[in-house]
Design a protein around this ligand. Sequence first.
Ligand SMILES: [Zn+2]
Length: 303
Amino acid sequence: MATRSLALVSAVLALCLVAGARAGALEVEMYRGGFASVNSFIFSNGKTQIVMDVQRKSYEADRFIERVKAKKLPLTHILITHGHTDHFTGMARFRQAFPEARIVVATEEIKRAIKAYAVYMDSGGETGAEPALEPALKPKTPQNPGGFDYENWIEVLPSKTLALDGGGTLELTTDYLPAEADYMTTVYSPELNAIFLSDFGYNGVHLWLGDDISRQDIANWKTELGRIKREYTARNPTVYPGHGEVTDMSMFDVVMRYLDDYTRITLAAKTRSEAMAQMTALYPGWGEADFFLKYSLENHVKE
Ligand SMILES: [Zn+2]
């Protein structure tokens, strides 16, 4: 009996040691959305978790929420990288599912950009490229008191380091020129040696160059990719793009070349279909040709 108790105690102790070893080791899980091929992420360490970006469709946010719940860990933060709907729409669903989690952004400008985009979408911004704002995201106003309270429900982080309770840090960078969005957050995890580029990074998915993205923004995008590449090459991190599969540092040259090809082709093309044919020939099999590329060409090829 005594021997059996001892064995039991040893077994329990061993389990505790395994659990103890796991807590603190940061892990990342990527959720690949179907709509817009947009990525969301779960950072977890055995004690708590943080998510980054929350999908364009509520039904996809719901699927992503199931993955977060399956980890059975408290969700402390919902980090939104920039003010585009494919990254922030799921906020309302997350707020319902995880009322204790804080919705956070890295800068006041990003908070303003999210709110401004939602207000714009709510007041007739719907286009072929941009489906209607999901009802739960309609801004709170005197006429719509049950709406989403952007002012009070989104917090600006006090520093550029977001530490997970239980171990692991996310280093946020925001000092970028206007590019795919006017304000963007990238995240580096030293524990994972991984960089999360948000929409500076696309892999096998056509780049979003629609709406208000100017030729100067495109030039800035290339400049910033060159800068990020120089900064991280020696560390050789895993590279997680905002759209498309996980990759490595080789992505930088591909996206910079894409921006050059796109610029050259759209300056010379007489029609959008001519530009579409050239881009899809150069980038066969890339995703979102009928969405991102189509509306990008509407922006840059005037017929
Ligand atoms: Zn995006």
